[in-house]
Design a protein around this ligand. Sequence first.
Ligand SMILES: O=c1ccn([C@H]2C[C@H](O)[C@@H](CO)O2)c(=O)[nH]1
Ligand SMILES: [Zn+2]
Length: 143
Amino acid sequence: MNPEDLYKRLFGQAKEARKNAYCPYSHFAVGTALLCADGSIFTGCNIENAAYSPSNCAERTALFKAISEGKRAFCAIAIAGGKEDVPGDASCWPCGVCRQVLREFDSGDLIIVTGNGVGGIVFKTLRELLPMSFSADNLKGEA
Ligand SMILES: O=c1ccn([C@H]2C[C@H](O)[C@@H](CO)O2)c(=O)[nH]1
Ligand SMILES: [Zn+2]
């Protein structure tokens, strides 16, 4: 399958996962689908909390599920987000916190996929979304 078709399918899985979003405060529902290097897929949704700050984004839900199952290498993550009463076809790029968390497991080619607002997808590398990032390389004195 060519990458674009693979990402379209992944975005469809993110839209499906978005149905599980728990967002009674923001009413902004997000779903994700994370494609691991071994071909497995982990989905996620945002999970809000009455105390607000413990809320978790959909990106980190999927990533933490995968990490906790032993996965360490990832190809792409698709994100479908929007107010809960709309289909979630518009672009929803990851927040700054999630970009940094994803950076921890990116070796330079992680793809971020989201909707283009007209029924298709758009994708970029995490490196494009988080240039000049801080990583483990800095701690090793290599950056
Ligand atoms: O990329 C994003 C942006 C926002 N949210 C969540 C956090 C919060 O629950 C709600 C509104 O910000 O959407 C995500 O899960 N991912
Ligand atoms: Zn986030």
